[in-house]
Design a protein around this ligand. Sequence first.
Ligand code: UD1
Ligand code: MG
Length: 471
Amino acid sequence: MRLAVRGSRVKTGRTQRKDKYMPVALIILAAGQGTRMNSDLPKVLHQIGGAPMFVHALEAGRMLKAERRVLVVGHGAQAVSAAARAYDPDIEIVVQNEQLGTGHAVNAAREVLADFDGDVVVLYGDTPFIRPGTLQAMVDARAEFDVVVLGFEAADPGRYGRLIMDGKNLNAIVEAKDADDAELAVTFCNSGVKMTAGTNLFALLDTIGNDNASGEYYLTDIVAAAAKAGQSATAIACDEAETLGVNSRADLARAEAVFQARARSDAQENGVTLVAPETVFFALDTVIGRDTIVEPNVVFGPGVSVETGATIRSFSHLEGCHVGSGAIVGPYARLRPGAELANDAHIGNFVEIKNSQIGEGTKVNHLSYIGDASVGDGTNIGAGTITCNYDGVMKHRTEIGARAFVGSDTMFIAPVKLGDEAMTATGTVLTRDVPDGALAISRPEFQIKAGVARKLFEKLKAAKAARDKGQ
Ligand code: UD1
Ligand code: MG
């Protein structure tokens, strides 16, 4: 069977010239089920560094400044599309209803790219670690060759497609299932990444069939098709680690380790001190400024940015938050989405901040929950303070002014406001707004009853003795 939806003649595929800027489109293949993950979740939605796997491929493509980004979805199409749009609102999504092979998958992008005049790079959604420099080497090679493939020396070539080279020229890619003994002995393998002119890609795809051991339309067959059409093809080599694919939970854990190792060394290169790098975990989008110190056992979830010269102390967990310059967080702090710390704020042990702005130099040092609140500059929040933001149905805001002093164990019953330079006495339950400069105090009557404790002890001890005797 032919893949062609309409006839076309294959001519030279080269459209790139060194002196001419070529627009680039990315096609990311993400239609496969990933059976070996043994999961209800489509494979490409499993996360590495807090981001779905396919987002890593999308990020790798960022250096190409791709004008068009096309994601081919199939299994779990709706969930994958929703996740993709959340990361890249301009991404174009095409559905491959039946998974008939990698060539068939690329063909699904034909219509949306019909008007595209430039180069196309094909990446796999389950191969997250292609380096920008590697893609650049492919772009450079495109100046000389019609088709460029990314290969690697495989320690264990197994079921990888074999790259059949003749000097610098790539003659064909032979899938392991279809290879003879001589071809199987080749260790230079196909990563899956390919680059050629868009019009050429679809013209070559028109010529390929599915007459092979898997009965699939192999994208890899475009190489032999190119040779047949008198075009030139080559393969660029990258490190095998870059082509690490994820097919199982064990692979996923390995991929996470590779990602974290890269993220740690990137952070160090950017001037961040990691006291015990192997105990710090980053997300794909973590941004940390120079001269920030990260102590052991810290987790950065998605959406965290930290300015310069901050200190993130041990056992802190941060996600969706911003930490200002010189701020100190932890030990044992939890910053949840929407936490915004201004410069030099201090967030101490067993403090949770959610959807709240904490002013410059403000301190929340011990055992507090600050949620849906704003706190001005230079305010001190005493130990055990809680913003009671939730009434069981709705969330309410607390506003705390600047240079205020909040006594320990203050309960803010939101919605409520405490003015600038105001104070609350220890143990106050704040149910009404407090103007600037005022003191709020709410305490039950304090009594001392002489001798009552001793009497109570005696009574209790007697009761216990009677009970023990009865047993
Ligand atoms: C493919 C290559 C092989 C290469 C290997 C590297 C082909 C024919 N073979 O083999 O040369 O060494 O990758 O890992 O290309 N996909 C779809 N729709 C389909 C089929 C696949 O979207 O109909 C997607 C998958 O979700 C996956 C990617 O394409 O992201 C690769 O498919 P997979 O089945 O893993 O190909 P391999 O057999 O590993
Ligand atoms: Mg594979």
